[in-house]
Design a protein around this ligand. Structure first.
Ligand code: PDD
Length: 306
């Protein structure tokens, strides 16, 4: 139950929490010290965009959450936590217009043991916070990537709570003055960003890594592939190498938080002329139009190349 004090206008503007059936202020949430998410990172998560107080691509995110749960043998209690109703309510009651929901599910609380018993009560948490999404200036500025040998596990298709490689990779990138880490396979194949999918336009064809066990199949990635089809942008789900990336016509990363974000350089080497390319621009505008339409907003002002 949402406490009465949370209903004052303006309250909750900085965040609202759903935890195991209750709506709380974020600072009121408590999780057991033997929660398996805390002990082992034994859980999965989702990050969803909120625009105009609405959850975007909600069914796609819930479907992926269901798949992540299945892959780690965690039976999600949908009847007890009807997320398709809870998340829109969380967004609405938070009063947050633009933000992000982190939805986290762990296997639950039990005395420490690597092995688990089936049927534990999962911990279910969703926290909404305000977030500003990239505007035209940020889009035009683009980001720099720092390539790094992929030191993650072989099940990156699961959106697991084990994020230590991303934590360390992003820090290492930042220390080099770069905005995002780029995971690269031992043979030079580009996999994805620390928390984003990687795309490149090579010889006029938009390419991205196949949705196998080496990347997370981003919801933004899936939307962009569909939109590329609708826009007749030549595209192919085929990985590219670092060499191909360095010589690409354009490149961008894509995620719920970054939308379509042009890559201006990789490891210090400028991609093309370092400015957003025409396909990146076409896709960001189409994605923003779709987001606005899902959010019940008027069509947004389109970004321009310069
Ligand atoms: N991360 N690849 C990885 C490793 C990611 O962590 C993410 C998203 C993506 C893009 O997925 P989507 O389009 O569904 O956001 C790709 C979120 C934003 C995060 O962890 O904060």
């Amino acid at each position: 139950m949402l406490g009465p004090t949370l209903n004052h206008p303006g309250d909750g503007a900085e965040g609202l929490l759903y935890l195991n059936g209750r709506f709380l202020r974020p600072e009121e949430g408590c999780i057991g010290v033997e929660d398996r998410g805390f002990l082992f990172g034994d859980g999965v998560y989702e990050a969803l965009k909120i625009l105009n107080g609405r959850c975007l691509w909600l069914s796609e995110h819930l479907a992926r959450l269901g798949e992540s749960c299945r892959e780690i043998d965690l039976e999600f209690p949908w009847a007890k936590h009807p997320l398709a109703e809870i998340l829109p309510r969380l967004a609405e009651e938070s009063g947050i217009e633009a933000g992000l929901v982190y939805l986290q599910v762990t296997r639950g609380v039990s005395p420490r043991d690597f092995d688990y018993t089936r049927g534990l009560e999962p911990t279910v948490m969703a926290l909404i916070r305000p977030l500003t999404f990239p505007d035209e200036v940020t889009f035009r500025r683009g980001i720099s990537l720092q390539p790094w040998g992929d030191l993650r596990w072989a099940r990156c298709d699961i959106k697991s709570l084990n994020l230590l490689p991303a934590v360390l990779g992003k820090r290492a990138a930042r220390e080099q003055g770069r905005d995002e880490v780029l995971w690269v396979a031992p043979d030079g194949t580009v996999r994805e960003g620390g928390s984003s999918n990687a795309f490149a336009v090579i010889d006029g064809v938009l390419r991205t890594h196949p949705a196998d066990n080496f990347i997370l199949n981003g919801i933004t990635r899936q939307s962009l592939l569909r939109l590329a089809g609708e826009l007749d942008v030549p595209h192919e789900v085929r990985a590219f190498t670092m060499d191909e990336l360095e010589g690409a016509d354009e490149a961008f990363v894509a995620s719920t938080t970054r939308d379509v974000m042009p890559v201006k350089s990789v490891g210090g080497r400028t991609i093309s002329d370092g400015r957003p390319g025409p396909i990146s621009l076409q896709l960001v505008n189409r994605l923003r139009e779709e987001a606005a339409s899902l959010a019940g907003l008027d069509p947004p002002q389109l970004f321009s190349r310069s």
